[in-house]
Design a protein around this ligand. Sequence first.
Ligand SMILES: Cc1c2[nH]c(c1CCC(=O)O)Cc1[nH]c(c(CCC(=O)O)c1C)Cc1[nH]c(c(CCC(=O)O)c1C)Cc1[nH]c(c(C)c1CCC(=O)O)C2
Length: 370
Amino acid sequence: MTDFPPMQNDLLLRAARGEPVERPPMWVMRQAGRYLPEYHEAKGKNDFFACCRNPQLACTITLQPVLRYKNLLDAAIIFSDILVVPQAMGMTVEMIEHKGPSFPNPLRKPEDLEKLSTNVDVKKELGYVFDAISLTRRELNGMVPLIGFSGAPWTLMSYMIEGGGSKMFIHVKTWVFKYPEESKRLLQMITDVVVEYCAEQVVAGAQLIQIFDSWAGELSPSDFKIFSLPYLRQISNRLPEVIKSKGFEPVPMTVFAKGAWYALDDLCDSGYNVVGLDWLHDPAEAIKIANGRVTLQGNMDPGALYGTRETITSEVERMISGFGGGKQKYIVNLGHGITPLVDPEDMRWFLEEVKRVGSLEEKSLPATLI
Ligand SMILES: Cc1c2[nH]c(c1CCC(=O)O)Cc1[nH]c(c(CCC(=O)O)c1C)Cc1[nH]c(c(CCC(=O)O)c1C)Cc1[nH]c(c(C)c1CCC(=O)O)C2
């Protein structure tokens, strides 16, 4: 797939590659989702994963925020879910309304690993994602770049073992502390699928790949180095080679390890172009630690969108000033996904304020904020 329309806005790709930009690009995790009335309308009575499996519907939902916030959002992210990977490995995952994902048969004992498919045919199992990406890339017509994504091995392993969301992580902690070798075997199996999955997303037209390690913060700093980081590194090491072997150009890669503030230094050396930050990071501190090694992405508290317009403005000013004005090596985002019940007009205000403040010369930023 190479005959896509030329890009009209490539701010995101330039910032991800570390090139200077006239203003920081912005997009929002979960920008296509439950806070948008048109999402509910398009989804209708369809099951969540049925929407993911329908390329036309996935394309429509992906485009919704880009069209609603025209000339504000600088990227689209393909509508899908991280849990399509466990499905491709043979597990059943359901999305239960008002509750979230649920696995009827989670992996509870090391013997359960035998239930997983070996030699997963990624093109066959996840072909619908690649079709959705190619279709969306054509429909975007070069308006903004299209982001592809995958869950990180540690986060996917946690879901596969816990069977859904969790507060205490009893089951996956049992694996980590009782069955560390089997845990590593599972992490390796997942990593192999994730590398192929991300490579095929690029072949289909994805222009940047983000790896979501949403549950990284459940690991201690030393366990993060054993059960998450090596697999994140394998992905960033192997992915460009696999993409090249398929005859395509590698794309920038982002890692978002939520809650792993202690690992920022390591993440800056993990082979990714961009490191996503949650709102537990102070921007100026993060810049100091990164020291120019990567582009940083983030990190306003998504909860700030429940505040007043004045609060949103001051949070935006604080964030962009904290990141030094954002004209290089910075991408604006929230510190995690946008939450339901945010007023779409407050989201618009956020984006408009980011564009205004992000376009200011550094010397015009409110002095007290720099
Ligand atoms: C952990 C995780 C999941 N899915 C994802 C993650 C990693 C990011 C993160 O940490 O938030 C990733 C994801 N899920 C979805 C996207 C689409 C693209 C985008 O960011 O706009 C992306 C990138 C759509 C979705 N994924 C889901 C919805 C809501 C489905 C609905 O109720 O209609 C959407 C739009 C469902 C989902 N999917 C998942 C959960 C826990 C839930 C239920 C709770 C929730 O909605 O926040 C697993």
